[in-house]
Ligand binder design. Sequence first.
Ligand code: GRG
Length: 295
Amino acid sequence: MDASLFQSRHEALIQQAESALRRLTPSAETRPARLHAAMRYSLEAGGKRLRPVLCLAAAVAFNPEANAEHAATALECIHTYSLIHDDLPCMDNSDLRRGRPSCHKAFDEATALLAGDALQPLAFELLAYGYAAQPALATALIAELAQTAGSTLLVGGQTEDMGGLAAGADAERLEFILLGKTAAMLSAPFAMGAMIGGASPVDVEHFRQAGRAAGIAFQLVDDLLDLTADAAQLGKPVGADAQNGKFTYARFHGVEAARQRIQALTEEASGHLQASNADSTFICELVRRMAARKH
Ligand code: GRG
């Protein structure tokens, strides 16, 4: 796909995601204002908007008229809550997020905890009301996101990740962490977007599997960059994973094995996308760029 065409579509999708986010979530002045200000602070802190962009792109890949803005916003709410809670002192104890003070530093710990809490039901409210005219679709979207954010995937992956390398280095644990902590929240946008676009169950599954492969590759790239990039290129300190005793693919299987797996996973994702009935040109290119990113 032509680079400038990709760029302009990508930027348009980011803008669509951000404008939906501002429109569909409570303003910072809503009572209680401190809570809503904290929610908006973290929602509007920037970031790549990868999950909403993937969801919007997956929907229009099946139906150019499809509107996935409520689902895209719901995904960013869950992602943002997970980042707020991950930064808390009882988890990663991180003072910075996306180059700004993390939510509990900009506000306080209790407010950050509650802001993360409130973002979770907000996500499901967006799905319930946003797709109320299509009850079967609303149910399927709620089920997909609930499972993704639940105890066997996102929260489960985070749970098994705690303790890092010291908690036991086995390949199966690593796969559970990769799928739960990162890949599930990147697989859901593909599946939810496909559902909104009216894809068949077979094609929804192709998209779900494509997202799963692309999501694992995304985390492997993250781990590799931490090991091999320089700090200026990455925009944050490198070597943090080793310093924090993190259990990562590149540290466990080695850099070369990580590179080969990223390549294989990216091909697997493209294979699923191309096997579907979607117009997958843009989303295939996005998956390729996710794997090739340098920061
Ligand atoms: C607290 C339940 C709970 C889960 C936390 C998201 C997470 C799980 C931990 C954050 C640390 C981390 C490296 C997670 C892996 C997923 C990941 C790479 C998240 C960052 O996603 P990006 O790069 O973030 O898309 P931006 O800031 O661009 O939105």
